[in-house]
Design a protein around this ligand. Structure first.
Ligand code: IFM
Length: 442
């Protein structure tokens, strides 16, 4: 037994990171468009990015060549709603065209509603601090769902809330670059409200999708969070790792911080004072899958600092992320056990030192090894009977890696940003074969 017959092999991206066309066809400005100057390496920005807005047909053709079964993209809220209450038909049309292109290529479109580029008009009302944001988000969701749900079945509400709240409002590394790390008092003051607003956006979006979807939807989210894995495969160690993963503590980077509220209707103590009973029910909506972005895990012993799991020269990616191949196994197992939902790996991948070599190719054996070994963990989970819908490599193309600019290359497809030339990396050809064989050789 291996991966199921209809297993969704795919890849992912997000609007701001690939689209470009930042002020074309009536698009409004988002917080990354308007506020990122001075905050990004080499002063880069997403104005042009991979120019996917104009080159989406070429990109979909490459996905088809690779045999992708699914593609996860995000819709840009400011492209679709440049101003409060205003729908930009040309922006909507872009996503309709993209979805048509995917469907015609036999690729399942998977749509994320929010992947970080918040419209400026929402920011001006207070952004994620603004209590009414979930009403606006529901309105936007309705527009997108009415436009795309004749062809889109898979929906993800928000991408990595721990990331955009933590980086955007605490570390100050991501838009809107609010830095509050120096003051625990301030963090304590703002964090519960920010998290409540994100959770309400999720809950209302789920209800909006169910209400307006033309095709019966499959709905989830795309969370990330600390995953702690056992050092040894004993029941005792596993129980310790599980407990260290789902701490119940007031840490917004805990998977359970978000998922307990979304899936089980259980509020973290930090959220209890700010979320009413009615709101709790709005947040807890039935979901069809648990989307998880998984790049690495922490080993329990490593966390305690008492084990050589972290040693000089530990393999790391170009973004310094430790390479921990068993992460997907434990992510699926722990999530399935706790939440009883099928898992979709909404992101997994690595940044590597990729460049076009003198033979005109991009050789990236590290990425092949990375994906192969992570997939071995995923396969183990599948073979033990844990339900997994699919695996989406991050990312289809090299792209704009937020405050790191264009230096960090995660793509299966190399992009030369000077010419926009695409080159399939060795890993893309390798992944294509994995898909053809449905992961049998993994
Ligand atoms: O590029 C990001 C993506 O936007 C969210 N998840 C992690 C990726 C790699 O850092």
């Amino acid at each position: 037994m291996g991966f199921s017959k209809g297993f969704m092999w795919g890849a992912a991206s997000s609007a701001y990171q690939v689209e470009g066309a930042y002020d074309e066809d009536g698009k409004g400005k988002g917080i990354w468009d308007a506020l990122s100057e001075g905050h990004v390496r080499h002063n880069e920005n997403g104005n042009v990015a991979c120019d996917h807005y104009h080159r989406y047909k070429e990109d979909v053709a490459l996905m088809k060549e690779m045999g992708l079964k699914s593609y996860r993209f995000s819709v840009s809220w400011p492209r679709v709603m440049p101003k409060e209450g205003v729908v930009n038909e040309k922006g909507v049309q872009f996503y309709k065209d993209l979805v048509d292109e995917l469907v015609n290529a036999g690729i399942e479109p998977m749509c994320t509603l929010f992947h970080w580029n918040l419209p400026m008009w929402v920011y001006e009302k207070g952004g994620w601090h603004y209590e009414g944001i979930s009403e606006d988000f529901a309105e936007y969701t309705e527009v997108v769902v009415k436009a795309l749900s004749d062809k889109v079945t898979y929906w993800m509400t928000v991408n990595e809330p721990a990331g955009f709240i933590g980086n955007g409002y605490i570390a100050g590394a991501h838009a809107p670059f609010e830095k509050n790390v120096e003051s625990w008092e301030k963090i304590g003051e703002i964090l519960p409200g920010l998290c409540k607003n994100v959770l309400l956006c999720h809950g209302k979006a789920v209800q909006t999708i169910r209400k307006h979807a033309i095709k019966a939807p499959q709905i989830g989210m795309a969370l990330n969070g600390s995953l702690i894995t056992p050092w040894k495969d004993t029941e005792e160690e596993i129980a310790i790792a599980r407990k260290a993963t789902f701490t119940g503590e007031a840490t917004f980077f805990g998977i359970d911080f978000w998922a307990d509220a979304m899936v089980k209707g259980i509020l973290n103590p930090m959220l209890v004072p700010v979320i009413s009973e009615e709101e709790r029910k709005e947040i807890q909506q039935p979901l069809d899958f648990f989307g998880f972005n998984c790049y690495h895990s922490f080993n329990y012993e490593e966390l305690m600092g008492s084990n050589p799991a972290v040693y000089p020269g530990l393999p790391r990616t170009a973004t310094d992320s430790p390479i921990t191949p068993d992460a997907l196994y434990w992510a699926v197992r722990f999530i399935c056990e706790r939440y009883g939902l099928p898992v979709l790996i909404t992101e997994n991948g690595m940044a590597n030192l990729d460049f076009v070599m003198s033979d005109g190719k991009v050789h990236d054996p590290q990425r092949i090894e990375f994906v192969k070994t992570y997939l071995q963990g995923l396969k183990k989970a599948v073979e033990e009977g844990f339900p997994v819908i699919g695996y989406l490599y991050w990312s289809i193309l090299d792209n704009f890696e937020w405050d790191s600019g264009y230096d960090k290359r995660f793509g299966l497809i190399h992009v030369d940003y000077r010419t926009q030339k695409r080159t399939l990396k060795d890993s893309a050809y390798w992944y294509a074969q994995v898909i053809r064989e449905n992961g049998e050789q993994i």
